[in-house]
Design a protein around this ligand. Structure first.
Ligand code: PLP
Length: 411
């Protein structure tokens, strides 16, 4: 008899998006004429930048010829992409990252999900609440979470760092010893950020308390304000305590193409059971090269093109497009007296539901009265109750139409 990994039975159903789909399907069945606008799922809608598709076409042609054909590449990524990342994403911001500290991958979802594997299953994990669910679920699979308490909607061994309007979505430091802290900035789902000084508090805490920060920066490209750091390594001392995750998904429309990278500085140390230091970069390198065979050459050439002059201009156009949508939603809802957050340094608008409605009641109201699908905040955690997420990734036309429809609601 083959025993399964019973930790998997401890996972809660992926209730959020299946429940959204169920309610949406039922509504469409009952109202076949309704024209639904989806501002729910965080996928992009614009095409790939031309610089990227041009580079990918050229790379495909290279692969057709024996002299320029490429088979297996370096698991950590080709030098041309790693060097472009280091020069543009780090050196240009005064941050020194070495090529053996960058690991190119097929997505940040995999990286933020896989990273926990190299740490002890006894590690105590802290997450922000509301939270990108991958951080929690991958630790449940690994057996770190303890049981789910359905009364409070939380796992008993996970430390939840509440982020609500009361603390301006800036979590307090953990009130007990933790080993791994997941921080996501700019944040999904709240769209909020930390300043460099605020992030320094976390870096200092991690250095003083021997813990590591797993810094998910998937939305870095959307930062507009000067005091918001683009990389955690802009903070002094972060190289000793932080792993950073970046993705091309939202930056350049790579959600379907798949390319991302993780930075693991050489200074970062963990400890074995005798208390001796272990270089975390070596462990991640070992894991990555054992379980992953590299991102395709064509994809990496496409990612490299993002850093060309033409690519930078086109990406900036994409980001501007989505951030204009964000402003339209944010200003439109604020003018109706709704309390809105995010949307300035991130493509997510997080709103407080009117009149204290719960997140699902507001979902139903928006669907039935305005035919708009958004995401109930409580689906991201208990601290998301009474909030609602709209994304700026739709078309301009739909975004404007959605705001107009909300304007006509009685709220
Ligand atoms: N991290 C956060 C916070 C996200 O919101 C997402 C995607 O929605 C990801 C990571 C996944 O990125 P990727 O497409 O690179 O897997």
């Amino acid at each position: 008899m083959t025993q399964i990994n019973s930790n998997f039975l401890n996972l809660q159903g992926s209730y959020l998006f299946s429940e959204i789909a169920k309610r949406r399907t039922k509504f469409i069945q009952d109202n076949p004429q309704a024209e639904i606008i989806s501002l729910g799922i965080g996928d992009v809608t614009r095409g790939l930048p031309e610089a990227v598709t041009k580079a990918m076409h050229a790379a495909v042609d290279e692969l057709a010829v024996p002299g320029t054909f490429r088979g297996y590449g370096p698991e950590q990524g080709y030098d041309f992409l790693v060097n472009a990342i280091i020069e543009n994403d780090y050196k240009a911001r005064g941050v020194d990252i070495k090529s053996n500290e960058v690991f190119v991958s097929d997505g940040s979802k995999c990286d933020v999900g896989n990273i926990q594997e190299i740490f002890s299953t006894d590690s105590i994990v802290a997450v922000q609440d509301p939270v990108y669910p991958v951080y929690v679920d991958t630790n449940v699979m690994a057996g770190r979470s303890g049981l789910f308490d359905s009364g409070i909607g939380r796992y008993e061994n996970i430390v939840y760092l509440d982020c609500t309007a009361e603390n301006d979505f800036k979590p307090s430091l953990p009130d007990r010893k933790v080993d791994l802290i997941y921080l996501c900035y700019p944040n999904n789902p709240t769209g909020m950020t930390l300043t460099k000084d605020e992030l320094k508090v976390w870096v200092d805490y991690a250095r003083e308390n021997n813990c590591l920060i797993l810094f998910d920066s998937a939305y870095e490209a959307f930062i507009t304000e000067a005091d918001v750091p683009h990389s955690i390594y802009e903070v002094e001392g972060a190289r000793e305590v932080a792993i950073e995750f970046r993705s091309f998904s939202k930056t350049a429309g790579f959600t379907g193409i798949r390319c991302a990278y993780t930075v693991v500085p050489r200074e970062l140390k963990g400890f074995d059971k005798d208390g001796s230091e272990v270089v975390v970069n070596d462990l991640w390198n070992r894991r990555h090269t054992t379980k992953f065979n590299g991102v395709s050459y064509v994809t990496q050439r496409g990612a490299e093109a993002i850093y060309s002059a033409e690519g930078k201009e086109q990406i900036s156009g994409l980001v501007d497009y989505y951030m204009t949508n964000a402003r339209i939603i944010r200003d439109g809802l604020a003018s109706l007296g709704l309390e809105v957050f995010g949307g300035v340094n991130a493509p997510y608008i997080w709103l407080k539901t009117p009149k204290g409605m719960d997140s699902w009641a507001f979902f139903d109201k928006l669907l039935s009265e305005a035919n708009i699908v958004g995401t109930p905040g409580v689906g991201f955690g208990q601290s998301g109750q009474g909030y609602f997420r709209l994304t700026a990734f739709g078309s301009r036309e739909n975004t404007e139409k959605a705001v107009e429809r909300i304007r006509n609601l009685s709220l």
